[in-house]
Design a protein around this ligand. Structure first.
Ligand code: HEC
Length: 104
């Protein structure tokens, strides 16, 4: 119960955060990435925090991540694969990846 009470102000803070974070977060909900990814906890796929940690400082990573989101990915993080998302525009994928890389 305590956890929920603490989480509320944090959520409010995230919603009030600068525009690209907000867009990225909204797109991630819209495209149902949330079905397999959580911010701070491994789900079917890795958490956004773990992704951000793994690729911080790697200038080539965002393009490679975008490619994996678009075409699908397997074997990078473990056994379950990520299905391809061919119908999502490159711009939207970029916005979501910017958001993921900024997750703390
Ligand atoms: C059906 C489950 C599923 C959905 C839906 C899904 N993912 Fe994933 N995602 C995964 C799994 C599993 C992995 C790890 C794949 C691997 O090990 O190669 C992954 C990996 C990733 C990675 C890391 C890629 C890398 O280069 O290491 C990113 C970024 C990512 N997903 C973003 C997204 C975004 C954005 C969406 C929504 C458009 C999304 N995922 C939807 C399951 C999913």
């Amino acid at each position: 119960m305590k956890k929920i009470l603490f989480a509320l102000p944090l959520t409010t803070l995230l919603i009030a955060a600068p525009s690209f974070a907000q867009d990225g977060e909204a797109l991630i909900k819209q495209y149902k990435c949330t079905a397999c990814h959580k911010i701070d906890q491994k789900s079917v796929g890795p958490s956004y925090q773990d992704i951000a940690k793994k690729y911080t400082g790697d200038a080539a990573a965002p393009a490679q991540m975008a490619e994996r989101v678009k075409k699908g990915s397997r074997g990078v993080w473990g056994s379950p694969p990520m299905p391809p998302h061919q119908n999502i525009s490159d711009d939207d994928i970029k916005t979501m990846i910017n958001y993921i890389m900024g997750v703390k």
